[in-house]
Ligand binder design. Structure first.
Ligand code: BG6
Ligand code: MG
Length: 216
C-alpha cells in the first residue's frame, strides 16, 4: 500500500511555466539572447541558476559573466517572475487538483511538495492550498537538483514514509527521472511534451482513482 503523495508544483498544481518563460525571455533579451517556447521546455524542473546557465549556453555566453553578475541576472528574472505571480488566484489551480487534494485529505493521505522553486510557499498561499500540504521541501537545503532523486527522497523522509510507499507526480522529464531514481511510483502529468518512464500518464489529476493508486 502507498502512504503518501509527493507533488511537483509548477506544471502539476498550477501552470507557472508561462510566467517563467516570460520572465526568462525578457531577461535573455537584455543580454542579446533569444529563447523560444520550444527551448523553454528544457527549463522545466531545473533550478533558477541552472536555467540561467542553459540560457547562457544557448546564446554561446557561458563564460561572458562573473558569478556575481549571474546572480544579479537570476535576481532580476526572479523579481519580474514574482511580479507576474501576483495575479495568481485559486482559479489558477490546474483542473482536477482541488478534487484530488480533497479526496487525499478524506483518506488521510499526507501530501508533500517537492519543487525546485524557492517561490513555492508564496505560490501555494496565492492558490489558497498551503494547508493541503503537510510538507514543502525547501530546495535551498538540498545539494542536487532534479533529475537527482534527493528532493523526492527528502520529501518521503519528512512525510515519515519509505520511498516505495510514495507516489510522485511530475510534468517534467527531469522530475520524472528523479522520482524513478528514488524508487517511487511515478505519475506523469502531460502538458504537451512527451514524457518517458512514467508508471502512468494523465492529462489531469482527476483522471486518477485514489484507491487504485494507493493499491499500487
Ligand atoms: C521549477 C520550474 O519548478 O522551479 C523551473 O519548473 C524553475 O522552471 C524552478 O526554474 C526554480 O524556480 P524559482 O521560482 O526558484 O526560480
Ligand atoms: Mg514541473
Amino acid at each position: 500500500m502507498k502512504k503518501g503523495f509527493i507533488f511537483d508544483l509548477d506544471g502539476v498544481i498550477t501552470d507557472t511555466a508561462k510566467f517563467h518563460y516570460l520572465a526568462w525571455k525578457d531577461l535573455a533579451e537584455t543580454i542579446d539572447i533569444e529563447i523560444d517556447i520550444v527551448f523553454n521546455e528544457q527549463l522545466k524542473g531545473i533550478s533558477r541558476m541552472d536555467s540561467l546557465e542553459r540560457i547562457l549556453a544557448h546564446g554561446n555566453k557561458s563564460d561572458a559573466f562573473t558569478l556575481s553578475e549571474k546572480e544579479a541576472l537570476a535576481h532580476q528574472k526572479n523579481t519580474h517572475y514574482v511580479e507576474l505571480l501576483q495575479q495568481l488566484t485559486p482559479a489558477d489551480l490546474l483542473p482536477g487538483v482541488k478534487e484530488f487534494l480533497t479526496a487525499a485529505k478524506e483518506k488521510q493521505i499526507p501530501c508533500a511538495i517537492a519543487s525546485a522553486s524557492r517561490n513555492a510557499p508564496f505560490i501555494l498561499e496565492k492558490l489558497d492550498v498551503a494547508d493541503e500540504f503537510q510538507i514543502v521541501v525547501d530546495p535551498a537545503t538540498l545539494k542536487n537538483g532534479k533529475p537527482d532523486p534527493e528532493i523526492f527522497l527528502k520529501a518521503a523522509e519528512m512525510l515519515g514514509i519509505k520511498p516505495d510507499e510514495a507516489i510522485g507526480f511530475e510534468d517534467a522529464q527531469a522530475g520524472l527521472d528523479g522520482i524513478k531514481a528514488a524508487g517511487m511510483y511515478a505519475v506523469g502529468v502531460l502538458s504537451g511534451e512527451e514524457l518517458h518512464g512514467a508508471d502512468i500518464l494523465v492529462h489531469r489529476l482527476d483522471e486518477l482513482s485514489i484507491d487504485t493508486l494507493l493499491a499500487k
